[in-house]
Ligand binder design. Sequence first.
Ligand SMILES: [Zn+2]
Length: 85
Amino acid sequence: MRRYTMYVCEKCKKESSDINEIKLCEAKHYGLNSIEELEEYDLLVKIFDDTSRILSCAQNPELLQRQDDALKELMNYEKEHNMKL
Ligand SMILES: [Zn+2]
């Protein structure tokens, strides 16, 4: 028996065994032009989520500033790339 993996676009449910084809499909839905841009965006989302999670454990001014910076960077990226969210 053989087993294979299929990837599914979270936006349009397109399926492919090629992960890059699906990553690019998702990038296009957001108005991005490449997998690299999508990965860059995903990293900004992760940094914002991580700082938010830390904040929920320990409120302090330095962490609040880091979360604020992460949110600004994320919003700037969305704006610069005219992302459709
Ligand atoms: Zn799609």
